[in-house]
Design a protein around this ligand. Structure first.
Ligand code: GDP
Ligand code: IMO
Ligand code: MG
Length: 431
């Protein structure tokens, strides 16, 4: 099967966590490459529910190695909250988790600085931490572990944060001495799990092991390719997997995109197919579309094929997983956006400016609904004919095969399409 990237193709929360948990069984290592605890990946395993933020979803598979790659930003307090929760649930985190010595450390000053951002962020300090990374002021895991220099280096960074916070009239609500003590203590707990993860991954690949790269956020939230400035601060598209782990592009064998059968967005920014009326409210209610990190209601709308054509191109997707098909079970007609227009003009590229995307008029085609419960279907051929036509329509519109469909949060509510590339990757069943 080789090494695979799995990533979100819309604005996040597509169900990546569920898919990674399923796929992880077939891989040796699962590596996250960007983002931090702004991500929220919910995985339902019978009566147990896990929400993973920093730690790769693959941790839930006993014996698998989970890597926090160099491209991530780590809030040590959030990390240990998550480690303690997972350990309490019987997961052997200490044995399974490896943390890159090059990942960046998130400090309370980063969180405080986010008060000046008004784009609906998760307020976790992610953007300011990546700002320090790009500004070459940031401290990395290796710096945190260097007990000779950490205290002084952190004081220098904290002074810089203090100056900026004062300039923006934000009152810093943390003590540098207290933070130093807490971070130094957590550094010692982290130490046994820290590694040169680029070396670890490349050695493992050389020895014939297979790596699954787990995306967080999604391509439309990617710093370069998303709806800038309403994006996150990391590279959430396929290229980010290489930069964020130190594994070269030539070692990647397949790229799998995850998309909802409709679409959601949390926070500000343009959203052409947003459904603001009762239909959108019904999607939110049925899909339980509330953020797993902040609890905010997710904005809901219809499947946007031009957007998927764009993210399909940026990631050169091999195959597409469509999730939450069951949330559309009640509808008698399902709108799908097929093109963007501005006046008489048809757009064949994604506008670069957010105002440009706010101005597009989505043109819809309405497909017949199936009005049947799909959550219990256990083979592709048993899907209602209208549901199969809906998936075929999405596939034709996007130009990427639909190789898998999900109709519920559980592992067994997932179907692989017979004869698809997805199946040819060696994924015939989830057994
Ligand atoms: P992620 O951020 O991409 O991992 O997605 P989230 O976990 O934030 O959001 C997806 C939510 O939908 C989670 O609560 C999943 O348990 C749930 N989910 C995933 N796939 C399906 C599906 O096919 N149907 C339904 N009803 N829920 C799903
Ligand atoms: P997963 O991995 C959905 C959104 C925020 C905000 C923007 C920037 O669960 O799909 P940030 O705090 O990252 O600077 O916020 O990005 N956002 C997400 N939306 N799912 C996520 O992650 C998100 N992570 C960030 O709501 O609009
Ligand atoms: Mg999520």
């Amino acid at each position: 099967m080789g090494n695979m990237i799995i990533l979100g193709t819309q604005w996040g929360d597509e169900g990546k966590g569920k898919l990674v948990d399923l796929l992880a069984d077939k891989f040796d290592i699962i590596a996250r490459f960007q983002g931090g605890h702004n991500a929220g990946h919910t995985i339902q395993i019978r009566d147990r529910k896990f929400v993973l933020k920093l730690i790769p979803s693959g941790i839930l598979r006993p014996g698998k190695i989970a890597v926090i790659g160099n491209g991530m930003v780590i809030d040590p307090i959030a990390l240990f909250e998550e480690i303690d929760q997972l350990t309490g649930a019987g997961i052997d985190v200490k044995r399974q988790l490896r943390i890159s010595n090059r990942a960046h450390i998130l400090f309370p000053g980063h969180r405080a600085m986010e008060a000046r951002l008004h784009i609906g962020t998760t307020k976790r300090g992610i953007g300011p931490c990546y700002e320090d990374k790009a500004g070459r002021r940031g401290l990395r895991v290796a710096d945190l572990l260097d007990s000779d220099t950490f205290t002084e280096n952190f004081e220098i960074l904290a002074r810089e944060h203090d100056t900026l916070l004062r300039a923006f009239c934000i009152q810093p609500e943390y003590s540098v001495a207290e933070t130093t003590a807490i971070y130094r203590e957590l550094a010692e707990r982290m130490r046994p799990m820290v590694a040169d993860t680029a070396l670890l991954l490349n050695r493992a690949i050389r020895d014939g092991k297979q790596v699954l790269f787990e995306g967080a956020q999604a391509t439309m939230l990617d710093l370069d390719h998303g709806t800038y400035p309403f994006v996150t601060s990391s590279s959430a598209s396929a290229g980010g997997a290489c930069v964020g782990t130190g594994v070269a592009p030539t070692l990647i064998h397949s790229i799998v995109g995850v998309a909802k059968a409709y679409i959601t967005r949390v926070g500000g920014g343009p959203f052409p197919t947003e459904s603001l009326g009762a239909e959108g409210d019904e999607l939110r209610r049925r899909g339980n579309e509330f953020g797993s990190v902040t609890g905010r209601p997710r904005r809901c709308g219809w499947f946007d094929a031009p957007l998927l054509r764009y993210t399909g191109m940026v990631n050169n997707l091999d195959t597409l997983v469509i999730t939450k098909l069951d949330i559309l079970d009640h509808l008698d007609r399902i709108p799908v956006c097929t093109t963007y227009r501005v006046g008489d003009e048809l757009l064949d590229a994604m506008p670069a400016i957010s105002n440009g995307l706010s101005r597009v008029e989505p043109a819809y085609e309405c497909l017949p609904g199936w009005q049947t419960d799909t959550s219990q279907v256990r083979s592709w051929d048993d899907l209602p004919a209208a549901a199969r036509s809906y998936l075929d329509f999405l596939e034709n519109q996007v130009g990427v095969e639909v190789g898998c469909v999900s109709m519920g949060p559980e592992r067994d509510q997932t179907l692989i399409r017979p004869g698809s590339k997805f199946e040819k990757l060696g994924l015939k069943s989830w057994a």
